[in-house]
Design a protein. Sequence first.
Length: 68
Amino acid sequence: MKIEWNDGFKIRVSKEDEVLISANREGLLSLARQLQMLAEEPEGSHIHYDEYSCLEEGSADLIIEKKD
C-alpha cells in the first residue's frame, strides 16, 4: 500500500486517560484516504504512524490494523 500525504498535513497523537488524534484539514484528508485504502487490504494489514515518519514531534506511536 502506498502511503500518501497532502501537502502541509499535521497530525499529533496524544495519550493519557484517552487517545487524542488532532490534525489539520490536510492531515484529516490524508488519514481518511489511508484508512479507506487500508479497508481494502487483507486482514492483519496495518499502518504504523510515529514521530519519525509522519507524526508531529512528541506524538505517541499509533498503529491501525484491519481486523475482519
